[in-house]
Ligand binder design. Sequence first.
Ligand SMILES: NC(=O)c1ccc[n+]([C@@H]2O[C@H](COP(=O)([O-])OP(=O)(O)OC[C@H]3O[C@@H](n4cnc5c(N)ncnc54)[C@H](O)[C@@H]3O)[C@@H](O)[C@H]2O)c1
Length: 496
Amino acid sequence: MPGSFDRTGALSARVTSSQSARFDAASGATQPTVVARPDVPIVCVQGLGYVGAAVAIAVASARQVGGTPAYNVVAVDLPNEQGICRASALNDGRFPFATTDENLAEKMREVHAAGNLIACTDPAAFGTADVVIVDVPLDVRLMDEEPSLDMDVFQSAIRSIGRHMRSDAVVIVETTVPPGATSHVVAPILREELSRRGLPIGQFRLAHCYERIMPGKKYFDSIVNMPRVYAGIDAASAEACETFLRTIINVERCPLVRLSSTTASELAKVLENSFRAVTIAMMDEWGSFAEQVGVDLIEVVECIRSRPTHSSMRTPGFGVGGYCLTKDPLMGKLAAREIFGFEHSFPFAERAIEINRRMPHRVLERMKSLLHGNLKGRRILLLGVSYRQDVGDTRHSPSETFYEAAVREGAVVLPHDPLVEFWREQSIRVTSVVPQAAGLDAVLLAVAHDVYRTFDFERWLGSSRPLFFDGFDVLTASQRSRLKALGCRVESIGRG
Ligand SMILES: NC(=O)c1ccc[n+]([C@@H]2O[C@H](COP(=O)([O-])OP(=O)(O)OC[C@H]3O[C@@H](n4cnc5c(N)ncnc54)[C@H](O)[C@@H]3O)[C@@H](O)[C@H]2O)c1
């Protein structure tokens, strides 16, 4: 069998990445070659998305006292086109996503050279692991009238671990899950699969430890230099999780906080993100009020931030996107209903999701009225399609909401993004060269990518004088006044 695992050496098997992974055309799977060598433990990272791919590099970057790698890392994704693509990128020494973090790119090169990270699409890899880290999605169905948990992918991922794992492995769930999931969903699946295999069910250790990762310029740092919260399903699990985290996280600077139950740790994550979503939503009503009464709210917020208790106050913006803030605030309500079996209402969280989703529509309406009430045939340059500055992730981006609504109204929208070549959700290519200004009616600065902050709009304009709409305070005060002096109308979210 090509690329098989030596399960007998599972405890201390060493991954030889000199041959790296190879693609097996028959099964459509990428499989690593592993040989036993009593050297360092194996850590499997399940899910090579924005979190898992970076976590795999962070774990592979951990060093022992003498400077040699602390772990062999096997990163595992699904044997589908996307999974194979992501695994192959890592095996070639390329991070699978566009990144502006030089440090992450450097760590990728280092671990590739050290040869202690390989990627595959064969779940049998879990059988070699001392530690398995779960970084797969757990979705919320948002399309229906009432949101509901979509746990199929997550449960099947946990099952695939249970089918192959050693009975004494440490499993750490990093996926954002509804409170209660680790003990009520993950643990029963692992026990069921182990007992199906005739293995003891009381030896594995299981913990929840959520990621606070921020793809962007500090991507790598946001894993290893970030305080961590974790909990185990029992004391031995919490202990095992802490021991592992101590080898990855810079605990001198970033203390680890142990909570008393995995439900508490899961709740901490969704509350963190709910807090963020709610505070952003709250600024929307003040932003639109300020715009109408001629107040510069961004200036006002800066003053308020000088008060220590209010230093993290948000400014209003074009919208909220990404995979997390658009679903996590609903996890409390859904956990109550679908895991614990009672109803509990979270009006702030639900309202925040609704308001945040509507923000790009507000921008569209304002733009429409500034363009004489009709967008038909209007040419709009959309600067930024990702959900956040300096990342290439387009999931649930506010630009998508705007794009679809504007196109429905007959506008011609030209999307640009320095980090997105192909806009998957819209199935269109995105240019990385800013199109000519001639013939444009409006320019929407939808994402605060660095390149927009330094772009010379005045030179680019030529004789065109489109409306500028700044969605995220990208333009400086002097840029705004220079554009106005040239005869462009300049509008900004939150600035009256
Ligand atoms: N993206 C972020 O910035 C961020 C930050 C903090 C937490 N999170 C949370 O981390 C989790 C992962 O998010 P993401 O953005 O990396 O998701 P993602 O969709 O980018 O990646 C998930 C990966 O898991 C893979 N996968 C699914 N089932 C699998 C299986 N059975 N075996 C192996 N691989 C499997 C998918 O193919 C995909 O490559 C989510 O719970 C998310 O809410 C994300």
